[in-house]
Write a protein that binds this ligand. Sequence first.
Ligand SMILES: *Cc1c(COP(=O)(O)O)cnc(C)c1O
Length: 460
Amino acid sequence: MKKNEIPYKIYLDEQEMPKQWYNVRADMEKKPAPLLNPATLGPMTAEELAPVFCRELVEQELDNTNAYIDIPEEIQEYYKMYRPSPLVRAYRLEEKLQTPAKIYYKFEGNNTSGSHKLNSAIAQAYYAKKQGLTGVTTETGAGQWGTALSMACAYFGLDCDVYMVKVSYEQKPFRREVMRTYGAKVTPSPSMTTEVGKKILAEHPDTTGSLGCAISEAVESAVTREGYRYVLGSVLNQVLLHQSVIGLEAKAAMDKYGVVADIIIGCAGGGSNLGGLISPFMGEMLRGERDYRFIAVEPASCPSLTRGKYVYDFCDTGMVTPLAKMYTLGSGFIPSANHAGGLRYHGMSPVVSELFHQGLMEARSVEQTAVFEAAELFARVEGILPAPESAHAIRVAMDEALHCKETGEEKTILFGLTGTGYFDMLAYEKFNDGIMNDYIPSDKDLEQGFAGIPKIPQNQ
Ligand SMILES: *Cc1c(COP(=O)(O)O)cnc(C)c1O
């Protein structure tokens, strides 16, 4: 073993935890494009967003100017129940890879939801309660967001209606029961409980669902009922803002020991953990204080940043949401059923999209067998059984560390370990049985999704 000049885990004391979220939009010279009203094609106003989202979350969504936003004390108290999350030095992984690189990961899996999503769920439930609402609706794919929101709604005494992508509902009964244990109502999507669900089922009776469909149903179910609002666990500016707590804690922990990252890596589904992890570091770069390399990692089977188009698109399949400018595969894109590793959303956070578009970060796509190889090696040396989503970041962190081995560079690598994989054992089983394969959509497959991108003047 190497001599531990840095502890295995760097924790912060409670009083060192962030008291404000950091809003990277404030330091971006060119801001992410605004959400558009699909009817008028004008920017969505606060009034137009108010029937869908909670009032204070609308303010956060539209705030491109305030760099720091106070974390309400009650949210700080809930954060203290499971935070700060540890920043871990991956000594064993370094040794296993025989790399001169120094590898750190920020581990967000230490709560029952098993992922970083609780950071935004608590914030969103808090603002819903403060506004006097009865409950919230949402969608969930793999189930982590639904679980996180169920926990947060239990804390605040709110109703929680979760539309769960049908294939996950059937394949992940334990996730579903965790949500119900916390008091949520879970409906497989598409369902006959909404107009948009009925319409999708009429057109595609055998569909196993998608995140885009489930979003349409959750939005409809919120806007057609008094006292309900819709909440979303990724993509939106407000979610990235809440997730900045990951990056702020990571930076504070590194600063404590004078550690400076060279490369910062995150997996990217809708972009919230990546956006949150990189935000404070990106802020330094945008202000000209320091340089970093940022790498977004996505599955080769759902490659929005690496092969998508940067255009205005719907956030859902039913086309009921505002239009967001983002890297997208088209709202009708449904990843192959073969794809086991999560990160299946067709679009990408507008903030992450704009940063990528400006060349401030890189993106890489990886195939799922290579991801599970990395996951397994990581589990065996570091002990934590990673979520397949998180393992995308592990894969690229390992690749970068192996590159350092070739060049002899002692780079410092930080990656986001977003969660644990206990509910993903069917995917692990496939891998262990040697029957997992890689599916990469052809250009022709992607064309089908692109054909559904709205043909509006903004996209010409
Ligand atoms: C949801 C989730 C992701 C991907 O979502 P982002 O919004 O891109 O962060 C990654 N890892 C885990 C464990 C998740 O639950």
